[in-house]
Design a protein around this ligand. Structure first.
Ligand code: NAP
Length: 279
């Protein structure tokens, strides 16, 4: 892993809002987060594999915003790279925000998929996101401030859309975020899961479906998606679904889920299953 450090950032002496770490910042949604957060006064630590593209995002933002922007070129599916980013997240007291955005998708059915590619997707979308979150959280909790933004997807709520493993990784991100709110919400740390619908980025080409094949009325620009997601963060939302017309629809689904909770674990099977158990 190549690390480019403009100046030591381990001392926590940055002014302003502190440092936002954005994974997958070399393109698409992550690059827009980097732009918006720099304009909001954050210094940045940008992570992705492509050092050249990261560098050009970083250089543009330094020039346009005057913020301190550092890059770490890392493949988050490679253990040694991931550990180095984790160490930085654990040690750097200037870090006040983590945007877990790096992710890849898939569109083919399970039986038509390359299982090794799916495993790598789980490594990135699930394992790296979990490890990075676990690395940054203790410091945020100790300081009683900060935010973790996790980029999920609307397929977390729609397993019939695209590839089921991809949907599963994004449902994991949603569940983890809901659980985190439960765990650290009272400790001054904000958490948010963002569930974008189809967004115009290189994601689609990489996932094996050219974006031109999608109806344009369901595709949002990355700029609009991120601006909406940040508006949701400002409003204190735990779950932000930028396309959803009526937020009450999500509340209804969530209430139905919570309604199940007291009846999900009992000492005896439900009546409709008892004859089968006895027989
Ligand atoms: P994108 O433009 O392809 O961006 C993906 C980012 O992840 C890139 O910066 C890429 O950079 C980075 N990345 C990929 N593999 C990596 C690895 N192994 N290690 C480190 N970084 C890696 O796609 P995007 O749409 O902006 O995707 C961002 C997030 O949004 C993903 O989590 C995706 O699941 C989610 N999302 C996208 C859509 C959509 O329609 N676009 C919808 C819902 C959710 P490098 O190639 O330089 O490493």
């Amino acid at each position: 892993m190549a690390t480019q450090t403009e100046q030591g950032a381990q001392n926590g002496n940055h002014q302003g809002k502190g440092t936002a770490v954005v994974t997958g910042a070399s393109s698409g949604i992550g690059a827009v987060y980097a732009d918006r957060l720099a304009r909001r006064g954050y210094d940045l630590l940008l992570v992705a594999r492509d050092g050249e593209r990261l560098n050009s995002v970083a250089e543009r933002l330094r020039q346009q915003t005057g913020r301190h922007v550092e890059i770490i070129s890392a493949d988050l599916t490679v253990k040694a790279d991931l550990r180095r980013v984790e160490e930085r997240l654990r040690a750097d007291r200037a870090i006040t925000m983590l945007v877990n955005n790096a992710g890849v998708g898939a569109t083919a059915a399970l039986i038509d998929s390359d299982i090794d590619a799916l495993e790598k997707m789980i490594d990135l979308n699930v394992t790296s996101l979990t490890r990075l979150t676990a690395a940054v959280l203790p410091g945020l909790v100790e300081r009683g401030a900060g935010a973790v933004i996790n980029i999920s997807s609307i397929v977390a709520l729609s397993p019939e859309t695209l590839n089921g493993t991809y949907s599963g990784t994004k449902a994991y991100v949603l569940n983890l975020t809901q659980s985190l709110r439960h765990e650290v919400g009272g400790k001054g740390v904000r958490v948010q899961a963002v569930l974008p619908g189809a967004t115009s980025t290189t994601f689609w080409d990489r996932a094996g479906l050219a974006i031109q094949h999608l109806p344009s009325q369901i595709v949002m620009s990355a700029d609009d998606m991120v601006d909406a997601a940040l508006a949701g963060l400002d409003q204190g939302e735990l779950i932000t679904i930028p396309s959803l017309l009526d937020a009450a629809d999500w509340e209804q689904l969530n209430s139905a889920r919570q309604h199940l909770q007291p009846n999900l674990s009992h000492s005896v099977p439900a009546a409709r299953y008892r004859s089968a158990v006895a027989g």
